[in-house]
Design a protein around this ligand. Structure first.
Ligand code: NOJ
Length: 527
């Protein structure tokens, strides 16, 4: 590996939603062997790591984000042996593995919770958050669940309520109990021993709640959860010493990494969780929320960079398993020109790029037409105002064969109807495809340390149409110019002669013409 290269800072992390990536046993659900079979594809794409959404045994009320055993593999995804093979085959290809740890809550089918429900004096009772009703029988406070209704579920047998920030089938763990803390820290140790390289921590800033369970103040909003200021149910100070402990565990393993999903946090709060003795990184949701406008992206990136301390490193993403895909948000119809600009932006801004499976072929969300077809329970709860997250979780489109080559039988979610034209095989053979464009930009990023860890300076010239910036490391300077508009434009380059890294036969001095949605990545020629 190249000098100074650090996989999680300089490389690219690719999120796989395992149910939907590749189905090796034709049961309609993706699996670990399916992922192993596609490692050559991923290596060819040029990624450095896979973030696997949860693969632990789960009743799937929240599709894996309700874990019933932290130290095993759900049989629908395969066996521990399949997992070990996947890790070792990925390692041979320099692909790191990042596990998704869902430690804020378990499934209500986890043996710990089943014990906890038995009686108030069961040793596991205090592993979860139980409270007596108010004298009038009401829940202990006004906290709401993200997925609808009160966050408190009453259990008549115990005459107590338990707390669940998400579904009632996802009871929150009591991180203030030292045994819980140890058991959950052991989960890190277990998977590190299995050879994984890092973790994505699901809603980690919700682990601790206010010790006195004070009511949240009200604010304007539509749903119950949005009508409160979340002062007491997330982001408590107790998280910081715990991050130090997690850091110490990771430090014992070479280049081990943790990235946090910061819930309900602005860029500043998100940044506060990153750095020495804290997380290596956390997700900045602000960036993916931008409208298609150069200034929006630029200001949001600058705000993010300014929030981070010198010891912290940014990351950037445009899509994940909880939101509408970037191609569906930004592109019109099947036109991929904006997807190419977005790809170039993601892969050349300062910060580790996170890609979401299928992004490289511009997969669009599937339409959700009928409530009866909805798989994601929040889609059912909030129908038709919000149709849930099925749209962005459809099967990967590998080829133009049955079910896009994902599975021989009907997959758990329908394949997007555009698959005969939009798939990996088709795009691999088209030199102008989005897939080949991603490969090219990834290759450029991997050849240029300045694009990996260089400083970032905006070049503001025509900020309503063009996003441009310089990435510099030592003597190397790279200028990225992205025409976000459908107009023919021009851009005045900084002094010197600039060689195009996109088309090495081209070089420019002074004024450079830009065609609609053109991407240019240029390197200053040394005198
Ligand atoms: C965040 C995850 O990304 C989401 O998919 C899940 O539903 C919630 N956390 C609850 O675990």
């Amino acid at each position: 590996m190249k000098k100074d290269y650090l996989w999680w800072r300089d490389g690219i992390i690719y999120q796989i939603y395992p149910r939907s990536f590749a189905d090796s046993n034709d049961d309609g659900i993706g699996d670990l062997q399916g992922i192993t079979n596609k490692l050559d594809y991923l290596q060819g794409l040029g990624i450095d790591a896979i973030w696997l959404s949860p693969i632990y045994p789960s009743p799937d009320v929240d599709f894996g984000y309700d874990v019933a055993d932290y130290q095993d593999i759900d049989p629908k995804f395969g066996t521990m042996k399949d997992f070990e093979v996947m890790v070792s085959e990925a390692g041979k290809r320099d692909i790191h593995i990042v596990m998704d740890l869902v430690l804020n809550h378990t499934s209500n089918q986890h043996p710990w919770f089943i014990q906890s429900m038995q009686s108030k004096d069961n040793p596991y009772h205090d592993w979860y958050i139980w409270r007596d009703p108010k004298p009038n029988g009401n829940p202990p406070n006004n906290w709401q669940a993200v997925f609808g209704g009160s966050a408190w579920e009453y259990v008549p047998e115990l005459d107590q309520y338990y707390y669940h920030m998400f579904y009632k089938e996802q009871p929150d763990m009591n991180w203030r109990n030292p045994q819980v803390r140890e058991a959950l820290l052991d989960v890190f140790r277990f998977w590190l021993k299995k050879g994984v390289d890092g973790f994505r921590l699901d809603v980690f800033n919700a682990y601790f709640k206010d010790a006195d369970f004070k009511d949240n103040p009200a604010k304007l909003g539509i749903r119950g959860f949005d009508r409160q200021k979340h002062i007491y149910d997330v982001s408590q100070p107790e998280m910081f010493p715990l991050l130090g402990e997690i850091h110490d565990i990771l430090d014992k393993h070479k280049e081990a990494y943790a990235v946090g999903e910061t819930f309900l946090a602005d860029p500043k709060q998100t940044a506060d969780y990153c750095g020495a003795n804290k997380l290596h990184a956390a997700f900045n949701f602000d960036f993916a929320a931008n409208r298609w406008h150069p200034l929006r992206f630029l200001n949001s990136a600058l705000k993010w960079y300014a929030s981070l301390s010198d010891e912290a490193w940014p990351n950037n993403f445009l899509s994940n398993h909880d939101m509408k895909r970037a191609a569906s948000r930004y592109c019109f119809g099947e036109d991929d020109r904006r997807a190419k600009v977005a790809a170039a932006m993601l892969l050349t801004l300062k910060g580790t790029p996170f890609m979401y499976y299928g992004e490289e072929i511009g997969m669009r969300d599937i339409p959700i037409r009928n409530k009866a077809d909805v798989k994601d329970p929040i889609g059912k709860t909030f129908w038709p105002v919000y149709k849930g997250r099925d749209g962005c979780r459809a099967p990967m489109q590998w080829n133009s064969e049955i079910n896009a080559g994902f599975s021989k039988i009907n997959p758990w979610l329908p394949v997007n109807k555009d698959f005969p034209m939009r798939n990996v095989v088709q795009q691999a053979s088209d030199p102008d495809s989005l897939l080949n464009f991603y490969k090219q930009i990834i290759h450029i990023r991997k050849s240029e340390p300045a694009l990996q860890r260089g400083d970032f300076t905006p070049l503001v010239e025509d900020p309503h149409h063009i996003l441009a910036y310089c990435r510099a490391l030592g003597e190397e300077e790279i200028v990225v110019v992205l025409n976000l508009s459908s107009r023919d434009l021009q851009f005045d380059l900084p002094e010197g002669q600039w060689k195009s890294l996109i088309d090495e036969t081209l070089s420019f001095t002074g004024c450079m013409p830009l065609t609609p949605f053109q991407v240019e990545i240029l390197k200053r020629k040394k005198e």
